[in-house]
Design a protein around this ligand. Sequence first.
Ligand SMILES: [Zn+2]
Length: 265
Amino acid sequence: MTYAVINDYIEKSKYPIKAKYEMTPTSITIHNTWNDASAVAEVEYMQRNGNAVSFHVAIDDKHAIVAVPFSRNCWHAGDGSSLTSGNRTSIGIEICYSKSAGDKYRKAEANAIEYTAQLLKKYGWGIDRVRFHKEWSGKNCPHRILDEGRGDSFKKSIANRLVELNKKLVTQVSKPVATKTATQTKGTYRIKTGTFKNASALADAVNKIKTDFGFVIHEAADTTSFNSDYRIYTGTFTTKEAAENARAKITAKYGWLTYLIDETK
Ligand SMILES: [Zn+2]
């Protein structure tokens, strides 16, 4: 059960369609995607299409990709736009590969349990804050969890994990606070490239970047029938300056489009 959290936020120009309102979240809503696309593909598709359908996080066996900040609403609960609707109050989490995958789906679900427990801890919430899409609108979602009769056990797994996390919180409370230096912005930063035209162009790019700079490549390529997404995600940098410096080098050498992703929590 390991996954990387990547913040790959939607462009603000898409807010009117995808994330119209400011939001102070009060719950978390669990969904199944009902397809076999990866989290990367699910997010790319959501960001690209013009439908008023959106979600905050897509989770698969490898990634939790945060596509919309939790300070904005998403259209995922199917219950309208009143101030108390799920659409206006709840963080929408899509668990990927739910249609027919075996092991990949089970890993995605385990990651979603971990991620949701972490989120509950972060907000100081209890398990009562976790809801299923069905509880808002009646839709049979998350279909796989519900069809397999595991609704209660799924929530129980999150609750158990939350208990563990809260115990750890108590023992870690005396940990010293890291000191900040004047010129370095500490955090978690990653570089994402634009898309390459095919798998071999991507492989060439990965080779170049490794040979020329020795940068760690976290992830390259995610190809599904749903969408082809040939990008490079580097490993993380611990300061913004280091990441910007690396990004400048990549751009200067290859002229590629690159993005700085700020994953600082
Ligand atoms: Zn749903």
